[in-house]
Design a protein around this ligand. Structure first.
Ligand code: PLP
Length: 403
């Protein structure tokens, strides 16, 4: 007997993560998502193909004929649908990396509605991931950028502001931004939230007034250190513009990467919560260690001054930043001494990674901006993985002795 597809109403992040993008499996007669690697598709009939081409070029989510994989790919679309469900968004658009996603958002925001005057101004709250900061300061895209504190957003927004950008929790300092307040201050300019550190398991920014949620899907969404990807969850109107940018710039996600991302979503809530448990234990132990000058993790006393845990975030996450006495030399000795932790950039993988933001991920940020946002030479960023926290602590404690 064949059971009819009956898309259920998902009540929780955990159920959505397992089932989103899979509700047509009964009809297809499969138990794993199909992977479509075609770069081109046979044209059934020329008139229909022309109509499809026009639809896709205008940013439609799908069309009768896919035509060409830069315009539409069913495996990528399936992952996008699942991510949109997790973020509570109308749509999601996937890109070849987080940086490609941010670039597409900036280009789409500048162009605005068809026929609108381009808007060249951006307001950004620091700290941001070093690459995002560098994209804005490089002048490459020609924006006029004001970097502000969260409480200065309202005063910085102008009629020609294309986008307000915040990252929360911020990379690498774990600063938290009140999204509802930021969205109110930004209006009518749209708010883009880089929610990479939180994932949709811990934070869903669209519910707090954001227009766009960006993920470096390379991190927790992929979760295994083997996929480079980016994604934006948003309204269908924004998604259409983002798809147009993606088609024009070619910043597409490879379908194999989309397949791996979709395969990783069911374990996302479990991974995020387990890593968070370990991070909370390690943050408390680091805070009590004599060689550690300061620790940043939202679970620690005084580190959520706006009371965002529970209101905006369902947990503190698994990234920790900590400052060691002795600056660059001490930080360097710790990176050289760890055995279980891997000294490497990136985050959100099954294994724990530790890196030096001032020298690596945020080296491209102007030294004054690094100093002003607390990215010192003795700061290390730890992405806690799924290992036993006692094993991680034994490694960290031994490395701290070496410092
Ligand atoms: N946003 C954040 C918070 C990041 O940490 C990163 C990368 O580390 C990016 C964006 C850029 O993502 P990608 O490396 O996938 O281009």
């Amino acid at each position: 007997m064949k059971r009819a597809d009956n898309p259920p109403a998902f009540r929780s992040v955990a159920t959505t993560a397992v089932h989103a993008g899979r509700t047509d499996f009964q009809t297809l007669g499969v138990h794993a998502p199909p992977l479509d690697l075609s770069t081109t598709y046979p044209i059934p009939e020329l008139g229909e193909a022309v109509e499809s081409l026009e639809l896709l070029a205008a940013g439609a989510a799908a069309a009768p004929s896919p035509i060409y994989s830069r315009l539409y790919n069913p495996t990528v679309a399936r992952f996008e649908g699942a991510l949109a469900a997790l973020e509570g968004a109308e749509a999601a658009v996937a890109f070849g990396s987080g940086m490609a996603a941010l670039t597409a958002a900036l280009l789409a925001a500048r162009a605005g509605e068809p026929g609108a005057t381009p808007r060249q101004h951006v307001v950004a709250v620091r700290p941001l991931y070093g690459g995002s900061d560098h994209l804005l300061t490089s002048g490459l895209l020609g924006f006029d950028v004001d970097f502000v504190r969260p409480e200065e957003i309202g005063a910085a927004v102008r009629p020609e502001t294309a986008l307000v950008i915040v990252e929360t929790p911020a990379n690498p300092t774990l600063d938290l931004v009140d999204l509802a307040a930021a969205a109110r201050a930004a209006a009518p300019a749209p708010l883009l939230v880089d929610s990479t550190f939180a994932t949709p398991v811990l934070q869903r920014p669209l519910a707090h007034g954001a227009a766009l949620v960006l993920h470096s899907a390379t991190k927790f969404l992929g979760g295994h250190g083997d996929v480079l990807a980016g994604a934006i969850a948003t309204s269908e109107a924004w998604a259409a513009r983002l798809r147009q940018v993606r088609i024009l710039t070619g910043a597409v996600l490879h379908p194999l990467a989309a397949f791996l991302l979709h395969r990783s979503l069911p374990t996302l809530p479990a991974r995020v919560r387990l890593a968070q448990e370990g991070a909370t234990i390690l943050a408390a132990r680091l805070a009590a260690h004599p060689k550690v000058v300061a620790v940043r993790h939202p679970s620690l006393p005084g580190q959520d001054p706006l009371g965002l845990l529970g209101r905006q975030m369902d947990g503190p996450g698994s990234l920790i930043a900590f400052e060691v006495a002795g600056g660059f030399a001490a930080a360097s000795r710790i990176l050289g001494a760890v055995r279980l932790l891997t000294p490497a950039v990136s985050l959100g993988s099954t294994d724990s990674l530790i890196q030096h933001p001032a020298g690596l991920t945020h080296h491209v940020v102007a030294p004054e901006a690094r100093a002003a946002t607390g990215i010192g030479e003795g700061l290390l960023r730890l992405s806690v993985g799924l290992e036993d926290p006692d094993d991680l602590w034994a490694d960290l404690a031994a490395a701290l002795e070496a410092a």
